[in-house]
Design a binder for this molecule. Structure first.
Ligand SMILES: Cc1cc2nc3c(=O)[nH]c(=O)nc-3n(C[C@H](O)[C@H](O)[C@H](O)COP(=O)(O)OP(=O)(O)OC[C@H]3O[C@@H](n4cnc5c(N)ncnc54)[C@H](O)[C@@H]3O)c2cc1C
Length: 514
């Protein structure tokens, strides 16, 4: 059968590519998306995962970005009440760093710049009495401020955008690399190759979006018109995951003497996520890994605040990613703009190239991309702004009803513990029943790969969420990698390879490391 001519082809299955795919299908476009590895295998699984205005960006005068990002907190919470959760952040006042009046001013702006209906406002904390002061160094931090942001499982946000686009008709191909593209006879001819076996094909499309994140200029070099200067600044960021550093559910935002800020966030129940570093990066973004110096930097920065020093022995996992920032000429990596930039080339069928952007602003970025493309499709009556209210898969319930959903899941599957029901509800929302089927007893879930990861869940991830190897499952679709042994992960890999071979999809040639 000949390939159809798609309205839109997208290169890159990170949060921006998948967000554009979702918005475009909902506006009535036929969409093709190729991702060279797994969905969210680039920057979009390596974030601190905050849905935030970015208090620090106020210092750089990024008011447009902060206002848009602040408004997105509640929008994303409403459309993904399972994945997105409100988070209170505690900012201890550090004598000798930013003065208290400056922090108060910043937080006043933070409270008033963006829309906020459900999230509570800033409060001042007496850290000598408040439990948030307990894990901190005694006598060092008397006053703190507490404010609201949200937090999200970044990789799952990407997958749910891809899934929604797919359900609405988009063709999503993972392990498929864009090799070249040219304009011919009023269309884009995109050459893609299956990275499992090398087979190449041509995809025809009326418009093209380059959403390759840190690889955006690598993809650009494969396109006809090459711009005269580089506009991309690669900034590496690493995180450490430690044993739990504190027991309450709030997070900390910690100022460092070098003016940078970092976060310590409750993570996956038993752990704390600490990060991130900011270092200019050159080389292949896929090879970014936390260096010993970065690990030491993060341990030292956390130890400046917590009563119990954080050491390398506390670190159970690290991950690293590369921010694809627009190069605005700032000298320090931490000062480079976090805002996104879209380049529009309509010298023939349109091309949009995406620079920068954050997890927080992916939905607004996608809206801007589609608004720019709209004139190229005069015959399609586009539904603008629809993604602000349409729930992502599994998310059709009010943000305040997460607990009720957990209880309802336990009633339908009485063998689930509280923690299991919460994890499944957070990951799959109303689709958790699709994962568990009719199971009323644990054996109905099939094999246990360790720590409660069941055969039924793995089958669901293969069937519905493009999982093709253990790494996809334990590092991105779930975080079971924190709990499984190397042998258990290897057994899971063999199981998935067997499932794919039995279904004729073959074994993925691509394996990425955590
Ligand atoms: C350390 C760190 C912390 C961060 N913290 C936050 C945060 O707390 N909050 C927040 O809002 N944002 C945060 N961000 C920013 C955010 O993660 C990124 O801006 C965002 O994920 C970029 O998404 P993207 O889709 O543009 O890029 P990516 O996620 O990298 O996606 C691009 C995709 O394109 C694919 N690709 C590349 N070349 C090709 C090709 N030739 N063919 C097919 N596919 C290709 C890649 O494999 C990749 O999956 C953070 C980023 C980092 C690195």
């Amino acid at each position: 059968m000949p390939e159809p001519v798609y309205d839109l082809a997208i290169i890159g299955g990170g949060v921006n590519g998948c967000g554009v795919a979702r918005d475009a299908t909902g506006r009535g476009l036929s969409v093709y998306l190729c991702e060279q590895g797994d969905l969210a295998s680039g920057a979009s699984s390596a974030a601190t995962k905050l849905i935030h205005g970015g208090l620090r960006y106020l210092e750089y005068g990024e008011f447009r970005l902060v206002r848009e990002a602040l408004s997105e907190r509640e929008t994303l919470w409403r459309i993904a009440p399972h994945l997105v959760r409100p988070l209170r952040l505690v900012l201890p006042h550090h004598q000798g760093l930013r003065p208290a009046w400056l922090l108060r001013l910043g937080l006043f702006l933070y409270d008033h710049l963006g829309r906020r209906k459900l999230l509570p406002p800033t409060a001042t904390l007496d850290l000598k009495r408040d439990p948030a002061g307990t894990p901190l160094k005694r006598g060092s931090f008397a006053v703190g401020f507490e404010f609201s942001d949200c937090w999200v499982d970044d990789a799952r946000l990407v997958v749910l955008n891809a899934l929604d686009a797919h359900v609405a008709g988009a063709r999503i191909e993972t392990r498929t690399k864009a090799l070249a593209a040219e304009r011919a006879a009023g269309r884009w001819r995109l050459t893609v190759a299956d990275t499992r076996d090398g087979t190449a094909r041509t995809i025809l499309a009326r418009a093209l979006v380059n959403a390759a994140g840190p690889w955006v200029e690598d993809v650009e070099a494969r396109l006809p018109a090459r711009p005269s200067r580089d506009r991309l600044r690669l900034v590496q960021g690493s995180h450490i995951v430690t044993r739990k550093l504190f027991d309450h559910g709030r997070a900390y935002i910690l100022q460092n003497a070098d003016k940078r800020v970092m976060f310590a966030i409750p993570y996956e129940g038993d752990f704390t996520l600490v990060g991130a570093t900011e270092l200019d990066y050159a080389g292949d973004p896929a090879k970014a890994a936390a260096s010993p110096a970065e690990i030491d930097y993060l341990c030292a920065a956390a130890s400046e605040y917590f009563a119990q020093a954080v050491t390398r022995e506390d670190v159970v996992w690290t991950f690293s990613g590369v921010r694809p920032l627009y190069d605005d000429g700032a000298s320090a990596a931490s000062a480079a703009t976090r805002d996104y930039m879209l380049e529009f080339d309509d010298d023939g069928p349109p091309l949009i190239t995406i620079f920068g952007g954050k997890i927080t602003t992916y939905r607004r970025l996608a809206e801007h991309v589609l608004d720019k493309l709209e004139p190229a499709f005069p015959l399609i009556a586009m539904r603008r702004g629809w993604t602000a209210s349409a729930p992502l898969p599994g998310g059709a319930f009010p943000p305040t009803e997460l607990k009720a959903q957990v209880e309802a899941l336990k009633l339908r599957h009485p063998f689930l513990s509280e923690d299991e029901a919460l994890r499944l509800t957070r990951a799959y929302g109303l689709r958790a029943d699709e994962v568990l089927g009719e199971a009323r007893e644990r054996p109905a879930l099939g094999r246990d790969f360790g720590a409660g990861l069941s055969e039924r869940e793995v089958d669901y991830l293969i069937r519905t969420e493009w999982a093709e190897c253990a790494e996809d499952v334990v590092s991105r679709r779930t975080k079971f990698g924190l709990r499984l042994t190397a042998d258990e992960i290897a057994a899971l890999d063999r199981f998935i390879a067997g499932r794919l071979a039995a279904s004729g999809r073959g074994v993925s040639a691509q394996r990425t490391s955590a």
